[in-house]
Design a protein around this ligand. Structure first.
Ligand code: AMP
Length: 434
């Protein structure tokens, strides 16, 4: 269990807070088109400010190559200033003169948002000097950017080595939820995996065999499995290099008593287009000149049966080419079914999340993850570098013996971070929704 901000004494301290403020921008106007990521960060921001921190927020925005004002975080600073009562100042650089001056002038409860970290190429390179420069701005470091926790960048990893640290509320919640699903899921545990990139989902399937009771596979990746079973998939998306592995996974699931369920029918099209006329096919019987674009009505019915009886559901990846209205039915129906179930439901990945939001059942879902890549990494069984580097609860730097006087208490008095208040609570199985 990682140390959280509740275990830090932040009063009067400069706290470097890494957030995921990578908000989508309107291409024409440059305005924020969805501020969910800002809103999700507010509980940590408010807690730190209310407890007297001088808050230095940093984030990336988009994928700029060097300084590119199109990706400036100024627009986020303006939005934060509108939402919060606290004074919000924008620094025109990250570790330069402007950032240093503005941080120096801060009072308790005030916020400085640094310019886009990725304007400096040293961020993604986890450059040692850049880490030191970032760390020199602050006394403490908090990571609440779950969306980038699978990256070993300066602001998500390197800087955490240099300062007493903790995770924020959002990060803590994400880790807890995924760990609970992996360690003590309410049964039956049903995983639904879709999307196109089979290479991203295979490690997840491998890790879930032995943990999940049922794995439902849809989307573009299902055709590699169907081909592996000797089916005819026409011109559907197939990863030829993964066919042998797909066959092995089906065998492995069988040996481990995991139900591995592939679509039993599909909607196909002659062209990859919304204008192409959909035609139904039984699984493995797709005509040579058709490609599978969505799961069919029989599969929807079958998947819904598993969803209805599940205790825990994890869903990542659309079940068809949902961007085309004619082939969005499978994804939308499954989103709705998940929303309606009493099971503990976890949605990872932007496409699945937006399908659930569109279905009108987002509020009924137990947890919509803010990090598609990071949650997939955890479901694969990987430890996220941005989480790994944070100290364990009760494992403070302040607990080390003081080098000068060889006294533990001496360090504790000066320590910026408090020791753990309580022993970590035993993990409970996720609760079903009321
Ligand atoms: P991923 O990033 O791997 O989750 O893939 C998401 C993408 O998978 C979406 O853009 C979907 O359009 C695409 N996808 C889903 N089903 C299919 C399919 N049957 N054929 C091709 N692409 C698909």
């Amino acid at each position: 269990m990682k140390r959280t901000i509740k275990e830090l004494d932040v009063k009067g301290k400069k706290v470097l807070l890494r957030l995921d403020l990578n908000v989508p921008l309107n291409k024409q106007t440059g305005e924020i088109s969805d501020d969910t990521r800002i809103l999700e960060s507010l509980s940590t921001i408010n807690y730190l400010c209310e407890n007297g921190a001088k808050l230095i927020i940093c984030s990336h925005l988009g994928r700029p190559e060097g300084v590119d004002k199109k990706y400036s975080l100024k627009v986020v600073a303006d939005r934060l200033a509108m939402i919060l009562k606290n004074k919000v100042t924008f620094a025109e650089d990250t570790v330069g003169k402007d950032a240093k001056e503005k941080v120096k002038a801060m009072e308790e409860g005030e916020i400085v948002l640094l310019e886009n970290l990725r304007f400096d190429e040293r961020e993604e390179a986890n450059d040692e000097k850049f880490c030191k420069e970032l760390a020199s701005l602050a006394d403490l470091y908090v990571n609440d950017a779950f969306g980038t926790a699978h990256r070993k960048h300066a602001s998500t990893y390197g800087v955490a080595k240099l300062l007493p640290n903790a995770v924020g509320f959002l990060m803590n919640k994400e880790i807890k939820v995924i760990n609970q699903i992996l360690e003590a899921p309410q049964k039956p545990f049903v995983a639904i995996l879709g999307g196109a990139k089979i290479k991203d989902k295979i490690p997840v399937i491998e890790n879930l065999i032995g943990k999940a009771d049922t794995i439902l596979v849809g989307g573009g990746m299902a055709y590699t499995f169907q081909k592996a079973m000797g089916g005819n998939v026409g011109t559907s998306l197939v990863d030829e290099e993964k066919i042998t592995l797909a066959k092995e996974l089906i065998e492995k699931a069988k040996k481990n008593n995991v139900e591995f369920v592939l679509p039993i029918d599909n909607l196909g099209a002659k062209e990859f287009s919304n204008d192409s006329k959909p035609k139904k096919f039984l699984a493995g019987q797709i005509a040579d000149d058709y490609m599978g674009m969505d799961i069919g009505p029989k599969t929807i019915k079958l998947f819904k049966k598993y969803i209805k009886n599940a205790g825990t559901i994890v869903w990542n990846g659309p079940l068809g080419v949902f961007e085309f209205k004619k082939f969005a039915k499978g994804t939308n129906k499954i989103a709705k079914a998940i929303g309606k179930t009493k099971a503990f439901s976890f949605i990872g990945g932007g496409d699945s999340a937006s399908a659930v939001i569109k279905s009108g059942y987002a509020k009924e879902v137990s947890h919509i993850s803010t990090g598609g890549g990071a949650s997939l990494s955890m479901l694969e069984g990987k430890v996220l570098p941005g989480v790994d580097i944070i100290e364990e609860l009760g494992e403070g730097k302040e607990e080390k013996t003081c080098e000068k006087c060889a006294d533990k208490k001496c360090c504790a008095k000066k320590a910026p971070a408090k020791t753990a208040k309580k022993a970590p609570a035993k993990k409970a199985a996720p609760k079903a929704k009321k």
